[in-house]
Design a protein around this ligand. Structure first.
Ligand code: SPV
Ligand code: MG
Length: 585
C-alpha cells in the first residue's frame, strides 16, 4: 500500500520534535531510494518481554549523502547536486510516513543553505544536519582523507541564516561537529558546540570514526554540563558506524537522544547484489542465487503492486459486468394493459419498462445487457440489449430463464427482474459492494401489510433488528439466513427486490450448486416440489444451507415493482413529474 502510506508535508514535519518530546531514544535508519525507504518505514519486529508483547521498529529515516551518492555510483564529495538529492528525498517521502532527517553535507554557502532549508521544510522534512567542514567536503569515515574544518563563526552565521528563513517551528537545524574526525580534539569540539548552540541551532551531532565509543561518551558528558551552563536543552545525535558494539540503552544513558544507523541498508544491498551476481556466474544458472534473493512477490507486495492488482480486480468486477434480465414469463395481473405483449414492453410515461431499465443500467456504465425472452418474444424490442429466447418458459421457472443466459455468467453478473424500476443510486450502491453474492433487500416489509395477489420473496436476515433494544448493525454481518416465498410474512425481516450481484467466485458457486442440485437431488428441494419447480429463491436457500455466505444490501426506497395496473399508473405519475414537471402543475 505504498501510495496509501503517503502523508502531507505538514503532517510529517513535526513528528521528529514530537518523538523527542516523548523522551525515548529516536532510532533512525538510512534510506537511499523508495524501496529502502519502505524497509525503514515499515519493518517491525515482534517479540515477548516477560509476558508482555513488544514490537520494535525504526522511528525515522536518514537520507544519507554517502548512500545517496553511492547508489548513483558516485563518491561522497558533494558532487551529487542538491536537486538530485531532493529528487531522491521526494522518492522516499512519497512512499513513507515516518519523519525524515536529511544529511545536508556542508549546506553550501549561507545563501545556498537558505534555499536548502526552505525547500526541505516545504517538502515535509523534519531536520537537516550540516557538518562544519569547508565545501566540498570529503566523507568522514576514510582515514587519511583531507578534512578541512570551517571557521566556527562562519559556520555559526550559516546556522543563523538558516534559522531565520525557516517558516515553521517544526523544522530543526542540527550542527554536526567534525573535530574528532579532523583530529582537532575534544576541546575544539566543545568550543564549537557552544558557538553553534549560541547561534540558535536545534541540536548537535558529534561524529567519530573511532572503533571505541569512548570519545563520543566523553563528549556527551561534557555536552551535558555545557547545556546546564547555557540553560538549554538541545538533543545530541550520534552515528555509531565504527563504534558498533555499544547498545542503544548505553547511548541513551550517556545522554544521546537520536541514534542514526547511517549506511547499513545500502551496504547490505551491495553485498547481496555481489554475492548473487557471483553465484550466477559460478553456477551458470540462478537456482543457487535464489536463497540470496527476496521472492519477487515480496517485492510486489512491498511496492504496492498487489494492491494495484486487487484494485484492478475490483474495477474489472464492476466495469461493465454483464446484466441478465429474465423476462420470459407472462404477466396475467396486467394483461389488460399489455394486450399480449411482454411486461417489459409496458409503457411508462412514453418509454417501455425495458428502456427505463436500460437507461438506469447504462447510467451506471452497465451496457452488456441480455434479456431472456419467452412469452410473446417476437414483440420484445429494445435498443442496446441482446435477446436470448427461452422457448420452454411455460414449463420453467424464472431460474430457468436466468440460466438460459448462462454464457454471460462466468466472470460475474448482475441479475435484474424485468418488472423492477430503480433509481440510479441503488445500482451504484450494489456495484460498490465487494462481497461475492449480494442481494438487494428492502426492509420496509416489516412495517407494511402483505399485498394480496402478489407473491413476495421473503427473507430472514442474520443481522435482524432487535426491536427491544437499539443496536448497531454492521454491514459485514448483513447475511441471509432464509429466503423463500412461503416464509411467514410476520417473521420476515426483508423482501428481495429482484436485483442481485454475483462476482466471478459468486457466479461459480451459483452455477456449481445449481448443476449439483440438478444432478443429485430428487423430490422436494427447499420450497420446490421437484427440480422442475426449482426457483431462484430455492437455489439461494440451497447455497446458504451448503455454507455459502449470501450478503445483502439493505434499502428502503428507490425501487418500484410493476405488478398491477395501479403500479403502472404510479410509475407514470412519478416519471411524468420528474421528466415533465409542467404537465403536473
Ligand atoms: C552519511 O551517511 O552520509 C554521513 C555519515 O554523513 S558518515 O558517512 O559516517 O560521514
Ligand atoms: Mg554524509
Amino acid at each position: 500500500m505504498t501510495l496509501l502510506r503517503q502523508n502531507l508535508p505538514e503532517e510529517r514535519r513535526g513528528r521528529l520534535k514530537a518523538l523527542l518530546a516523548k523522551g525515548s531514544l529516536v532510532r533512525v535508519l538510512e534510506a537511499h531510494n523508495g524501496l529502502s525507504g519502505i524497509v525503514a518505514d515499515t519493518l517491525c519486529i515482534e517479540g515477548q518481554s516477560g509476558d508482555q508483547a513488544v514490537t520494535r521498529e525504526f522511528d525515522a529515516i536518514w537520507e544519507s549523502s554517502l548512500t545517496d551518492s553511492a547508489s548513483k555510483g558516485h563518491p561522497d564529495i558533494e558532487v551529487v547536486s542538491f536537486d538530485s538529492r531532493l529528487h531522491t528525498i521526494q522518492e522516499i517521502l512519497t512512499v513513507t510516513q515516518k519523519p525524515m532527517i536529511v544529511d545536508g553535507d556542508t549546506g553550501g554557502d549561507p545563501s545556498t543553505f537558505e534555499y536548502m532549508v526552505s525547500k526541505m521544510e516545504r517538502a515535509g522534512i523534519s531536520a537537516v544536519i550540516i557538518e562544519d567542514k569547508v565545501f566540498p567536503k570529503r566523507n568522514s569515515l576514510e582515514t587519511g582523507t583531507r578534512q578541512v574544518l570551517q571557521e566556527p563563526d562562519v559556520f555559526a552565521q550559516k546556522i543563523r541564516r538558516g534559522k531565520k528563513v525557516q517558516a515553521t517551528g517544526d523544522f530543526m537545524i542540527i550542527a554536526r561537529i567534525e573535530s574528532l574526525i579532523a583530529g582537532t580534539g575534544m576541546a575544539d569540539a566543545l568550543d564549537r558546540a557552544r558557538t553553534y548552540l549560541q547561534a540558535g541551532v536545534d541540536g548537535i551531532m558529534i561524529h567519530s570514526k573511532s572503533k571505541q565509543p569512548d570519545e563520543i561518551l566523553e563528549f556527551a558528558g561534557k555536552y551535558r554540563s555545557l547545556l546546564k551552563e547555557l540553560e538549554m536543552d538541545k538533543p545530541l545525535v550520534c552515528v555509531p558506524t565504527t563504534y558498533h558494539t555499544i547498545l542503544e540503552e548505553e547511548l541513551q544513558a550517556a545522554g544521546f537522544q537520536i541514534v542514526i544507523y547511517a549506511n547499513h541498508l545500502l551496504r547490505a544491498a551491495y553485498k547481496a547484489m555481489r554475492d548473487t551476481a557471483k553465484s550466477i556466474l559460478s553456477n551458470q544458472r540462478s537456482l543457487e542465487a535464489d536463497p540470496l534473493c527476496a521472492p519477487v512477490r515480496e517485492i510486489f507486495d512491498a511496492v504496492g503492486f498487489l494492491d494495484v492488482k486487487e484494485k484492478d480486480r475490483q474495477d474489472a468486477i464492476n466495469t461493465n459486468i454483464p446484466v441478465i434480465i429474465p423476462a420470459a414469463g407472462e404477466a396475467p395481473a396486467i394483461e389488460p394493459v399489455l394486450k399480449k405483449t411482454p411486461k417489459s414492453m409496458a409503457d411508462i410515461a412514453g418509454k417501455t419498462l425495458l428502456a427505463r431499465q436500460v437507461q438506469t443500467l447504462s447510467q451506471n456504465h452497465l451496457t452488456d445487457i441480455t434479456v431472456v425472452t419467452g412469452y410473446a418474444g417476437d414483440q420484445m424490442k429494445g435498443e442496446g440489449v441482446a435477446f436470448i429466447h427461452y422457448p420452454d418458459y411455460i414449463k420453467g421457472t424464472e431460474l430457468d430463464s436466468i440460466l438460459a443466459a448462462q454464457e454471460k455468467m462466468h466472470n460475474g453478473f448482475l441479475m435484474l427482474y424485468s418488472d423492477i424500476l430503480l433509481e440510479n443510486q441503488v445500482i451504484a450502491q450494489l456495484l460498490a459492494c465487494k462481497e461475492d453474492i449480494v442481494l438487494v433487500l428492502d426492509n420496509s416489509i416489516q412495517y407494511l401489510e402483505a399485498v394480496e395477489g402478489k407473491v413476495t420473496d421473503y427473507v430472514i436476515s442474520h443481522n435482524r433488528p432487535n426491536r427491544k433494544r437499539r443496536n448497531i448493525k454492521f454491514d459485514h454481518q448483513n447475511t441471509l439466513a432464509k429466503i423463500g416465498k412461503k416464509i411467514d410474512p410476520a417473521s420476515a425481516t426483508h423482501e428481495f427486490i429482484g436485483l442481485a450481484k454475483f462476482s466471478k467466485t459468486g457466479a461459480e458457486q451459483f452455477l456449481q450448486t445449481y448443476h449439483d442440485a440438478l444432478k443429485n437431488l430428487e423430490g422436494k428441494i427447499q420450497e420446490a416440489e421437484d427440480i422442475s419447480q426449482f426457483r431462484l429463491t430455492d437455489l439461494i436457500q440451497e447455497m446458504i444451507d451448503r455454507g455459502f455466505t449470501v450478503h445483502y444490501l439493505e434499502i428502503h426506497k428507490g425501487w418500484l415493482e410493476i405488478h398491477f395496473p395501479k403500479d403502472i399508473e404510479l410509475a407514470n405519475e412519478l416519471f411524468t413529474a420528474q421528466e415533465h414537471p409542467s404537465e403536473i402543475l
